[in-house]
Design a protein around this ligand. Structure first.
Ligand code: GDG
Length: 725
């Protein structure tokens, strides 16, 4: 039976040391609730740190046993690991960078090394538990390297990854000295999820800019695997918050607060202490509200709950001081004997008290500078059974992408914030209800359970797609079959593409001439009387002839425009025109001017626009534009536009490597056929081959009509050497 293994930095249970014993308390986080129904199922398990430093192996064993009974497997971390991996790399490098606070980011090699080591520790813990058919779902920024580490040992595993914080623009990611490894780490997964489409877009652009891997329809080809990237906005357990707000305990707490507050209206703010939350700006905006609209004095109070967090990190201590000072100043300035402008709590509260605050508040102020999603916004919505209340929400929280019926503000603009508070306080009830009802429908429907289900279903689907579309690796068994069939045959046809197949790519195509090793190999292959070797290339015939013309090989040049049998003259595949070049060349020139690094290659019967040397992303965008432009210009003509590996080629219809290769097949009637190629134009060759032919795609391509694939030209040469006596 296949199982699901959840992996996150923290376990959903917190183990704490009291004087006499250890206590085990479930943590209340959204993730724990959402995945609770999953990891407790038969056989499933959640792997993570229990939040405690153990003293000895006896204690370690005790904790392990206790957690095991509740489907958890602890990874024990040392104090030094928590300092360097958690407080260091995770919270002082990745957290500020991913939230656009690079001024707070540190770049310590020792922190990075600890991060690698701890990810490795998690990897070992997971491998000890996971079987080959299990599904592994890795969570968040502390474990970015884990998917790739797991993949190395388990190439066939089903691995999902979800990032709970924002994924920033490429401009921020590139600052990290380790960005390459981090992106590679994430790409070990089969499905990578983000809260919003925006984060997903940033990720795809970083992968393309840093690693040169382009995405198509949210899919990235990583070697032979198609990695899917998608947005899955996380929800909450709606009923849990609705019920808590409706509970007797919450009502009692509310009544107690009400007694003290009398009829003062309440604006609520709830956050963990963090510089990303915009807490100081929020206080300044509240101050501005009281200055600009004196009528709200003694009428409105701000209840501000700040949950202590990361106080070991310097910026957090400084932020705490700033908040203390601001609250003190504003309260001292505005307070009266009977009215306190800000009620500030620096602690965490039990759920029913939290729920009573959601009940009490007319306005929730959720104004982070950056926030992956922000669940408080959704919890406030779920708590408002009477549908009265207004949510003020930062445009830079992931939740704003869904909750468009909130008052959406820019959190840096304290003028706008003060005005939004005023608007919220005077908003007619009818409008409140309308907005709240719309938000409730959404939060109820896309709750944390549907989020979990959707992600895991997508993961299964992604894996299934990969398996049905994947070409088989040319492993030792099919290799010996191939060699056996080759030796048994009297007439053998070898169709070999040149660039990317026999030689690796060179930024300048004219510099990719054959080396001595290749020339000797081709010579040896053609020396065998049963062999017919055809070089089947998109290159012009002059270059092919110059480089390889002295060998007794046949040629297909310009993707099938020209044919030449060894020792004979070149002939056209069919009568062709090339007078169209005059009209289309200026179009290509325009794109060369607009795309630095791109250039035109002119062949006798085709024109090619190369963009391998252009900026990866710009090249892709321009190639789309050019393709549209050319498709328009060539409609109703006998021309076609072919997409190759970083090239667009215009040529006559009906001409491709496949039709040319088919002619060679019918001329020779071989009893063994081998076709090797690395790009889209070679797919035409593969499709033209009979089913028993050995078709092999070279390089990364998750979808191909070829039967097998190999990784690189080096593998190709190795295979060809095996065909020599
Ligand atoms: C990451 C991302 C993303 C707060 N104070 C108390 C309390 N809370 C609860 C809230 C809410 C949670 O803490 C905070 O929600 P966040 O959305 O900030 O979640 P985090 O896990 O901190 O952050 C964030 C999230 O992951 C999910 O993907 O939304 O953007 O940074 O549930 O209610 N709960 C109790 N007492 C408190 O005093 N009981």
């Amino acid at each position: 039976m296949s199982r699901t293994i959840i992996v996150s930095n923290r376990l959903p249970t917190k183990v704490q040391r009291t004087e006499e014993t250890l206590t085990f308390q479930p943590s209340e986080g959204g993730l724990a609730t959402g995945l609770g129904s999953i990891y407790r199922q038969e056989g499933n398990v959640w792997v993570g740190w229990p939040g405690l430093f153990v003293n000895d192996t006896t204690e370690e064993q005790y904790v392990t046993e206790q957690l095991q009974a509740d489907s958890m497997a602890p990874v024990f971390l040392t104090e030094a690991e928590i300092r360097d991996f958690y407080e260091g790399f995770s919270n002082s490098t990745l957290w500020p960078t991913f939230h656009y606070f690079t001024q707070f980011a540190t770049y310590e090699q020792s922190h990075w090394e600890a991060y690698v080591a701890v990810n490795e520790k998690f990897c070992q813990a997971v491998l000890a538990l996971a079987g080959p058919d299990d599904t592994i779902w890795v969570h968040d920024y502390q474990l970015l390297l884990l998917p790739e580490m797991l993949r190395r040992t388990r190439p066939e595993a089903t691995i999902g990854f979800f990032l709970h914080i924002p994924f920033p623009s490429y401009e921020l990611i590139r600052v990290l000295p380790w960005c390459n490894e981090l992106l590679r780490g994430m790409l070990g997964a089969d499905l990578i999820g983000f809260h919003t489409f925006g984060y997903m877009r940033h990720f795809l652009s970083a992968v393309s800019q840093v690693l040169g891997l382009a995405a198509q329809n949210g899919q990235i080809a990583v070697a032979q695997r198609a990695v899917r990237v998608d947005a899955f906005p996380m929800g909450i357990d709606y009923q849990r918050y609705a019920k808590a707000a409706d509970s007797e305990a919450a009502r009692q707490h509310e009544a107690l607060y009400r007694e003290v507050l009398r009829d003062t209206r309440v604006i609520l703010s709830i956050d963990r202490l963090d510089y990303t939350k915009g807490i100081a700006q929020r206080l300044r905006a509240f101050e501005l509200l009281l200055q600009r609209y004196p009528e709200w004095r003694e009428q409105v109070s701000l209840i501000m709950l700040v949950v202590p967090s990361r106080d070991q990190v310097a910026q957090y201590a400084a932020l705490k001081e700033e908040i203390d000072e601001l609250v003190g100043r504003i309260n001292a300035h505005f307070r009266t004997i009977s009215w306190n402008p800000i009620h500030y709590f620096y602690r965490s509260l039990p759920l029913e008290e939290l729920a009573s605050l959601y009940r009490l508040a007319e306005v929730a102020l959720v104004t982070p500078m950056r926030d992956g999603m922000n669940l408080v916004a959704k919890e406030f919505v779920a708590s408002k059974a009477d549908q009265k209340g207004v949510l003020i929400l930062s445009e830079r929280a992931g939740a704003a992408r869904e909750l468009s019926d909130a008052l959406i503000i820019n959190p840096t603009d304290i003028n706008q914030l003060a005005e939004a508070m005023h608007d919220a306080l005077v908003m007619p009830e009818e409008e409140q209800t309308q907005r709240m009802a719309a938000m409730q429908t959404l939060v109820k429907r896309y709750n944390v359970f549907s989020w979990t289900k959707l992600f895991l279903n997508q993961l299964t689907y992604t894996k299934m797609k990969q398996q049905t579309l994947a070409t088989e690796t040319l492993a030792p068994a099919p290799t010996s079959q191939l060699i056996g069939a080759y030796h048994a045959a009297e007439q053998r046809l070898l169709l070999l593409d040149y660039d990317g197949t026999l030689v690796p790519f060179h930024p300048n195509p004219q510099r990719a001439q054959p080396d001595q090793e290749l020339l000797l190999l081709l010579r040896a292959l053609t020396d065998i009387p049963q062999n017919r070797v055809v070089i089947i290339s998109g290159r012009d015939r002059t270059t092919l002839e110059k480089w390889l013309g002295h060998l007794p090989v046949d040629f297909i040049a310009e993707h099938g425009v020209w044919l030449r049998a060894a020792g004979e003259e070149w002939s056209l595949f069919q009568a062709l025109r090339n007078d169209w070049k005059r009209e289309l060349r200026p179009v290509l020139e325009l794109y060369v001017a607009r795309t630095a690094g791109s250039f035109i290659e002119e062949k006798e019967y085709s024109l090619v626009w190369h963009y391998r040397r252009a900026d990866e992303e710009l090249g892709t965008v321009r190639s789309r534009e050019l393709l549209n432009h050319l498709s328009f210009m060539t409609s109703n003509t006998d021309l076609q536009v072919l997409e190759g590996n970083k090239v667009l080629e215009i040529k006559n219809i009906g001409i491709n490597k496949g039709t040319a290769a088919a002619r060679w097949l019918s001329t020779y009637s071989p009893t063994f056929t081998l076709a090797l190629g690395d790009d889209r134009t070679d797919e035409d060759t593969f499709r033209a081959m009979p089913p028993e032919a050995y078709t092999i795609r070279v390089g990364s391509a998750p979808h191909s009509s070829a039967r097998f694939h190999v990784a690189s030209p080096t593998d190709v040469r190795q295979l060809l050497r095996k065909l020599l006596p």
